[in-house]
Each structure stands twice: as C-alpha cells, then as structure tokens.
Design a protein around this ligand. Structure first.
Ligand SMILES: Cc1cc2nc3c(=O)[nH]c(=O)nc-3n(C[C@H](O)[C@H](O)[C@H](O)COP(=O)(O)OP(=O)(O)OC[C@H]3O[C@@H](n4cnc5c(N)ncnc54)[C@H](O)[C@@H]3O)c2cc1C
Ligand code: FES
Length: 319
C-alpha cells in the first residue's frame, strides 16, 4: 500500500484512493469542494515523489514545476510526501465590502493582496477560517484595488450562508489561485465574441467584457445573461450603459419565466444562438450552470466555433 506523508504523519492510501480522500480519512482538514479536479480548492505541493499528469492538468507551468497538484484527482503510484502551498498561489486577504445585487446574489469585494496576479474571468478558491472552501469567478479587473466576486446565495449553502450571516468587512479570509482559462487574450481585436451565461455565470463574463473593452477590442461582442426569473437578472443598468456607449457591444437579458421590456423569454441555449446561426471564427465564453454550459458548448462548436476558441466554466457544486 502506498503512503502519503504530511507534516511527519504517515497516511496509508487504500487501493485507488486519492491523496485528498486518504488525508480526509486520516482526519486532516484539507480544503476541498468539487472533488473533480476543477475548482482548485485542494491545491497541494509534492515535496517528494511523483504525481500523475492528471493531477496537474490545467495548472500553470510554473506551478507544475514547483510540484503543485490537485489532491482530489491525485492517485500516485508510489509514496508521496506532500505539503501545503505557502507562496503566491495562496494569499491571506480581508473582506472589503459585502452587498446584495439581487435578493439571491451577494457581491463580495476582497482587498487585492499584493502579488496575487489574476485575469478578469478566472476563478479563485475562497477559504474561511473554518477551512471551508468554494470557488468563485472574478468579475473585476486587475488594478481596481479589489477582487469582486458574485456569490449565489443558497438556502442551505455553507459558504454563501457564512458570507451572508457571519462575514463582515475587515474579516480575514484566504484565497488560492487563480485558476482557469476563461479570460480575454488580446491579439485578435476584430474577432466577434459571444459571452453567454446563467445566474452568477455573469461574473466572469462581466470581467471578460470589460477586459476586452479595456484592451481596445473592436469586433462585435454579444453578451447574453440568462436567469430563471427577472429578479435573477443583475448589472442590467451597467450592461445597458456599456452597450449604449460602445457600438460593438450588444446586451441581451433572457428569462425562462416572466416578461418585461428589453427582456426576452425562453431558454438561453436557444435564444443565445438564435441571432448567431454561424459562429465560424467567433470566440465564445460560456459560464454558469454545468448542464447549460455543456449544451451551449456543443451548440457553439456545431455552429462553427473552433474548440480552442470556446472557453467554458461550469459552476460545479461541491462534491
Ligand atoms: C470553476 C467554478 C467557478 C465558480 N464560480 C462561481 C461564481 O462566480 N459564483 C457562484 O455563485 N458560484 C460559483 N461556483 C459555485 C460555488 O463554488 C459553490 O459551489 C456554490 O456557490 C455553492 O456553495 P455554497 O457553499 O453556498 O453551497 P453548498 O453548501 O455547497 O450547497 C448547499 C446546497 O445548495 C444547493 N446548491 C449548491 N450548488 C448548487 C447548484 N449548482 N445548483 C443547485 N443547487 C445547488 C444544494 O441544495 C446544496 O445541497 C463556481 C464553481 C466552480 C467549480
Ligand atoms: S479541484 Fe480538488 S476539490 Fe475541486
């Protein structure tokens, strides 16, 4: 049986067991959430031993070189000595501000810690002092002095419950990351772009939109935000103002249930693609509900967008 060693404590791994599960079974409180290798919450460092490539998939090359890996999808062949990540990828910070943008969406602003480099649209793992970890996408631009997150509030939600009930401005939290490739890369300023997302899936899209405009993107940008009901739409005035002031930006709000001026009724996976029958040469950013993201990803590909031009973040719940 292979072993995992952390802080001189040796934990025997069962056949096929991940490093995360072995440590949790041994009573070690490793931050984690999705348990699928997506959210980044379980980032650790291999101090001795080899981790399989799968456990480092999607991580930055500089992190791979330092031995970082995702413990939930790490099933090494031999023994492994592991350590916590204790440099720039994990940073202590404080809550700067908390306010509701809809009854179900809390805007959380964190002080931007020095050395924590990110792109708008990437996500981070937010950890509270109880070790609870959840991932949230970044809506703000680097240089704004804060990191803005849009948090969907669930009735039984552990992190959203903590943020709404217990967290206060000034309170300390830890962030790990950033992760993901859902961000604007300059270089093709005339390329048309489709940004479509549901609920707080707007958070990374808002970041990508503003990063593209800041970089001088000239091509058409279609941003489509979907919600179940009109009360779930947010940032409407800000997005309307951007679309009025920028000729190349078109903003559409869609809901499944309800009607209002400037709001379309119907499923986002149909409406977002209705006016864009051909997406050949487009870049697509698709975020939010995992099922809808999967459907929209397929539709974008079938409409002609190249796989390397489709960036998607599925908001997987904690596993
Ligand atoms: C890459 C990535 C990026 C993410 N970005 C964001 C973001 O920007 N904003 C954001 O709000 N969330 C985002 N999430 C999801 C987030 O990490 C949490 O999973 C989610 O907010 C719920 O956390 P919680 O602790 O409040 O609820 P939990 O304690 O995890 O869940 C409690 C209960 O809430 C309900 N619930 C939780 N998640 C869902 C769901 N997806 N659908 C239906 N019911 C659910 C269920 O009833 C569940 O039993 C992201 C996830 C990933 C993987
Ligand atoms: S990546 Fe390991 S818990 Fe999400």
């Amino acid at each position: 049986m292979a072993a995992v060693t952390l802080d001189a404590a040796v934990h025997q791994r069962q056949e096929g067991e991940s490093v995360l599960d072995a440590l949790l079974r041994g009573g070690v409180a490793v931050p984690h959430s999705c348990k699928s290798g997506v959210c980044g919450s379980c980032l650790m460092r291999a101090a001795e031993g080899t981790v399989p490539a799968r456990a480092q998939a999607g991580l930055k090359d500089s992190w791979k070189a330092r031995g970082y890996f995702l413990a939930c999808v790490c099933v090494p062949e031999g023994d492994l000595r592991v350590a916590s990540v204790d440099d720039g990828a994990v940073a202590g910070t404080t809550i700067h501000a908390l306010d509701y943008v809809t009854p179900d969406v809390l805007r959380v602003r964190l002080a931007a810690p020095p050395g924590f480099e990110f792109q708008a649209g990437q996500y981070l793992s937010l950890r509270n002092s109880d070790g609870l970890a959840r991932s949230y996408s970044i809506a703000s631009l680097p240089g704004e002095g804060f990191i803005e997150l849009h948090v969907r509030v669930y009735a039984e939600g552990k992190m959203s419950g903590w943020l709404t009930r217990d967290a206060k401005p000034g309170q300390s939290v830890t962030i790990a990351g950033p992760f993901g490739a859902c961000f604007y890369v300059p270089g093709r300023p005339d390329q048309p772009m489709l940004l479509a997302g549901t609920g707080t899936g707007l958070s990374p899209l808002y970041g990508v939109l503003r990063a593209a405009l800041e970089a001088g993107h000239q091509g058409p940008i279609h941003i489509v935000h979907g919600a179940v009901r009109i009360a779930g739409l947010y940032l409407r005035e800000e997005l309307r103002a951007i679309s009025i002031s920028r000729d190349n930006v078109a903003y559409r709000a869609v809901v499944l249930d309800g009607a209002a001026p400037d709001v379309e009724t119907g499923p986002i996976d149909k409406l977002a693609f209705a006016g864009n029958a051909k997406l050949t040469g487009w870049r697509a950013f698709l975020c939010g509900d995992p099922v809808l993201v999967q459907v929209m990803r397929k539709k974008a590909f079938l409409a002609g967008a190249a796989m390397h031009d489709i960036h998607a973040d599925s908001f997987l719940p904690a596993g």
